[in-house]
Design a protein around this ligand. Structure first.
Ligand SMILES: Nc1ncnc2c1ncn2[C@@H]1O[C@H](COP(=O)(O)OP(=O)(O)OP(=O)(O)O)[C@@H](O)[C@H]1O
Ligand SMILES: O=C(O)[C@H](O)CO
Length: 523
């Protein structure tokens, strides 16, 4: 089994850059508007997991001795270092790796989303781009996050590089979310089109990422440890940016350097669950039937070191430090927020109400009933790492501003044909929840943002809300409930107050799911 290391403990601070548009509309806290502080905290969250800081935390090079250190392991470099990568954040990761490794890097191939170089150039993010005469070959593909011919060409080039390595070589593998679609190499006779159709159907029928990637692994030459196997006997070091709740290395990008533990029965259960077993193409049945006799056994990954170098938890930890520096008592509630967006919004609404009441003098206390509802909802959401009790204890003892941080990936069941994204919909729903209760003597702000800088098919990363939002919107003739019923959160935020509640970052070059911030400040 491959060695799995957890996130690196210390985090370099990223430079601050204004991300939120619009002026301060929330009362000042410590001389700075809550909205501005939320901006800084979101910047810190993203900054902790930008490619440059991450790679510098993960790798160090001793140029005199030509030793590459990854955590507590050292590797001798002697013109034997090769690089491959795939994922939405891999262009910047490769640029940072190349900068760090210099002439030691012999060659590389990466597979990144279509148009990403042009987008980074347009955004002026030179640090996310490879040098003009880079040794790393770049393939762009997987338009709309679906495996396509371009991604297949990239996957084959990556396989070829891996297969050409010897026991003297070291292969650095850069992995981030979106890697599954960017590394398609179906096992014949399964075709790319068949795999694409199956993936689309599973996703449309609600399969989660664990289920989706179990099927992807079974049908792929490179996923589920296949890439590690192709590179054997070279030493493999995978640096992984997690976009999956809980950071499971076997799931992220379908674990190309992690031995798969799934068998055919697991796949058949999943296909059954989504009503796809009966209609399977013959090729898929053939490959599944073969798979049991030819598993990527655990023994195939003994030459691999898998290291999580960036995650939601790590990003939130940095935001927590920043919040404390701004004078908040800060708690990370959870880095594994999941569940329907309506329940998650209700959770944050109740949390704000209960926490707000704890922050204010007796007489404004939230009812016991609300506190009970909060705990019940938390139990229903089944968030494994939730620190609700600790958060509420902190609030009780705070006597001043409080910042509750969380992250993860709630789900939106699309009903309408409006324009929006997970984060904007969550923020709007939380805004509506906050408006249901009479405001106590406490300022409240909730922000939800996608750390990749793009929330659904919109140009915004997310949005922030305050309890007055719904009533203020009504004075502008905007009915929050009707926008929500159409999943039209982006249109709402664009119209409301000229769009000042939208969070605009542009593509950030990283992705560790979403970040949620709840700021409370007694008046
Ligand atoms: N109109 C809408 N309102 C709310 N959510 C939407 C809307 N349209 C799409 N979405 C949601 O946006 C998500 C897809 O957007 P996005 O690309 O940001 O997330 P993703 O696929 O999880 O990618 P990543 O992991 O890179 O963030 C889906 O969860 C989808 O349900
Ligand atoms: O590429 C993938 O499989 C998803 O982004 C999860 O990592």
């Amino acid at each position: 089994m491959a060695a799995v290391l957890q996130v690196l403990p210390c985090v370099a601070r990223a430079p601050l850059r204004p991300l939120l548009s619009g002026g301060p509309v929330v009362r000042q806290a410590s001389g700075m508007a809550l909205a501005e502080q939320a901006q800084q905290l979101f910047e810190s969250t993203v900054g902790a997991v930008l490619p440059g800081p991450m790679l510098h935390r993960a790798l160090s090079l001793d140029p005199s001795g030509g030793l590459l250190k990854v955590r507590d392991r050292s590797f001798q470099l002697r013109q034997n270092l090769h690089l491959v990568g795939f994922g939405k954040a891999v262009l910047g990761m490769a640029a940072a790796a190349e900068e760090l490794l210099g002439q030691h890097l012999v060659q590389g191939v990466i597979s990144v989303p279509k148009g990403i170089r042009a987008a980074m150039e347009r955004a002026g993010k030179q640090e996310m781009l490879l040098k003009p005469h880079s040794r790393v070959q770049v393939f762009e593909g997987a338009e709309d996050n679906l495996p396509d011919r371009d991604a297949l060409r990239a996957a084959l080039a990556i396989r070829q590089l891996a297969e050409g390595l010897t026991a003297d070589d070291l292969l650095l593998v850069l992995i981030s979310g979106g890697g599954s679609a960017l590394l398609p190499a179906p096992i014949p006779p399964v075709t790319l089109e068949e795999k694409q159709t199956l993936t689309k159907l599973l996703a449309a029928r609600g399969a989660n990422i664990q289920e989706l990637n179990t099927i992807r692994k079974a049908l792929s030459q490179l996923k589920g440890g296949g890439l590690a196997q192709a590179a054997y006997p070279a030493q493999v070091v995978s640096l992984i940016l997690s976009d999956v709740v809980g950071d499971p290395v076997e799931v992220i990008a379908s674990g190309p350097t992690v031995a798969s533990v799934h068998n055919v029965q697991d796949c058949l259960h999943i296909l059954n669950r989504y009503g796809l077993r009966a209609a399977l193409p013959r090729s898929v049945k053939t490959v599944l039937a073969r798979a049991d006799s030819d598993p990527h056994g655990p023994h195939t990954c003994g030459h691999v070191l898998n290291v999580i170098i960036g995650s939601n938890a790590l990003a939130l930890a940095e935001a927590q430090r920043r919040a404390e520096a701004l004078g908040y008592r800060a708690v990370v509630l959870s880095a594994a927020i999941r569940g329907g967006v309506k329940s998650v919004a209700r959770f944050y609404g109740l949390l704000a109400q209960v926490a707000g009441a704890h922050l204010t003098p007796p007489g404004t206390a939230a009812s016991m009933e609300q506190e009970e509802q909060l705990h019940e909802l938390a139990a229903e959401l089944q968030l494994p790492d939730l620190r609700l009790k600790e958060a509420l204890e902190t609030v009780v003892g705070a006597g001043g501003p409080v910042c509750l941080l969380a992250g993860g990936e709630p789900t939106v069941q699309l009903q309408g044909s409006g324009k929006g994204g997970r984060n904007q919909e969550l923020a709007l729903r939380v805004g509506a929840e906050l408006g249901r209760w009479p405001p106590g003597p406490v300022d409240v702000l909730f922000l939800s943002g996608g750390t990749d800088g793009q929330d659904g098919p919109t140009e915004a990363a997310g949005a922030w809300v305050v309890p007055e939002l719904a009533s203020q919107a009504a004075t502008e003739g905007l009915d929050v409930a009707s926008f929500l019923s159409r999943n039209d959160s982006h249109t709402f935020f664009r119209c409301f107050r000229g769009g000042v509640h939208l969070l605009h970052t542009g593509l950030t070059g990283t992705n560790v799911m979403d970040a949620h911030l709840l700021l409370l400040r007694p008046r």
